[in-house]
Write a protein that binds this ligand. Structure first.
Ligand SMILES: *Cc1c(COP(=O)(O)O)cnc(C)c1O
Length: 389
């Protein structure tokens, strides 16, 4: 491998050259079952024909103009996203971090408009919001922040899934928003109590805070609904999405409703590439595919099969401390660190991920079949049991 790339990633010794559905092939022709989808990105699987066609057609017509002109695909995508959410307006960016940057800027502006000079946003321990300076400052992981101090100020951290910790902050007049993930992804597939989001909603209503959800990993049908907040009774004021939105085409969005949707005005935010015709064409095709094949429903069905299969196969395995998931966002927590399983699975032709040291994270494409699901279970159970021996 070349030494001409900055060492930002510790890479596994494999290079893929093509994919189809839930499968990838490396440069030696070896085949792999993808139970990670490029970390929740390729939810339609690889080489989806409709997305490929949309990208191909659009690239022959027009790649880029500028946001100083109208962009029809961006308008259609804004309409489509507001239709499948409770949101009123969209701002597009090119990544998850940019979607969160927009949300953070929006919250600060919302605060300043109310006369709050130093607006603060409540964020959670164990959270992940991105790698830009503001989003890594919002992130609840010291390893991600180390070396990049001084961090961006204006974030107040509380333990995740601890509503009392947020209640204790209600006297702080600087707070303008609460930003959490509906389920923490990088943090270890942490699923909060059923009423967590509803109770955040109540606190936000009582104190005129914005409820902001980072749905970058949980969104776009991953958990069995278009967005994970739809499992609760509460809609956020602001939400960020990205990852699966373009099925691999870089695109993110910050969506907002009500007064929050009016905060950003001409001159307050922008980016050259944001919402460009090509990325929006891909995202429109993704939404069409997800709706046309009811992939939210497939995520529910195959997610239950995956979790139940793993529970059955690993019932007697003492090394496993918990198996949990919602839709096709699944975590297998072990009692010991298990990073080596990633390489071992790779050798067996299975792509997985380990996060928070000891949680095996599974994010297979939403098009996965029952047979493919069972294959993930069989391979993974063998590896976990071997480690337990
Ligand atoms: C991946 C992720 C991000 C960052 O997205 P990028 O596209 O890598 O900038 C932010 N929040 C959550 C919850 C994520 O999973």
């Amino acid at each position: 491998m070349t030494d001409k790339l900055m060492s930002t990633y510790k890479r596994l010794p494999v290079t893929f050259v093509r994919g189809q559905g839930a499968w990838l092939w490396d440069d030696d022709g070896k085949q792999y079952l993808d139970a990670l989808s490029g970390i929740a990105v390729c939810s339609l699987g690889h080489a989806n024909a409709r997305v490929a066609q949309a990208i191909c057609d659009q690239s022959r017509r027009l790649l880029h103009t500028s946001n100083i002109y109208g962009i029809a695909n961006q308008e259609q995508l804004g309409e489509a996203l507001c239709r499948v959410t409770a949101m009123d307006k969209a701002f597009f960016g090119n990544s998850g971090a940019e979607a969160n940057e927009a949300a953070i800027k929006l919250a600060r502006l919302y605060g300043h408009n109310k006369g709050i000079a130093n607006p603060a946003i409540v964020v959670a321990e164990g959270s992940f919001h991105g790698r830009t300076l503001a989003t890594l400052s919002a992130t609840g992981n010291a390893k991600i922040q180390a070396g990049f101090e001084p961090l961006v100020s204006g974030f107040i951290r509380v333990p995740y899934n601890d509503i009392a910790a947020i209640e204790r902050l209600t006297g702080n007049a600087d707070i303008v928003a609460v930003l959490v993930e509906p389920i923490q992804g990088e943090g270890g597939i942490n699923i909060p109590d059923d009423d967590y989001l509803d109770r955040i909603r109540t606190l936000c209503d009582q104190h005129d805070w914005l409820m902001m959800l980072d749905e970058i990993q949980t969104g776009m049908c991953r958990t069995g609904k278009w967005f994970a907040y739809q499992h609760s009774h509460s809609a956020p004021d602001v939400m960020s999405i990205a990852k699966a939105l373009g099925n691999g085409m870089p695109i993110g969005a910050c969506l907002a409703r009500g007064q929050a949707a009016e905060a950003l005005q001409p001159g307050s935010h922008g980016s050259t590439f944001c919402g460009n015709p090509l990325a929006c064409a891909a995202a429109l095709a993704v939404i069409g595919e997800m709706e046309g094949h009811d992939l939210a429903n497939n995520a529910t069905i195959k997610g239950e099969r995956l979790v139940q299969g793993l529970k059955d196969a690993l019932a007697d395995c003492d090394l496993v401390s918990d198996i949990r998931g919602r839709g096709l966002m699944v975590g297998v927590e072990l009692k010991r660190p298990c990073g080596e399983l990633v390489q071992q699975a790779l050798e067996q032709g299975l792509l997985i991920n380990v996060t928070a040291d000891k949680v095996i994270r599974l994010l297979p494409p939403l098009i996965i079949t029952a047979d493919e699901t069972d294959r993930i279970v069989a391979t993974l159970a063998t590896l976990v049991k071997r480690k337990a021996d």
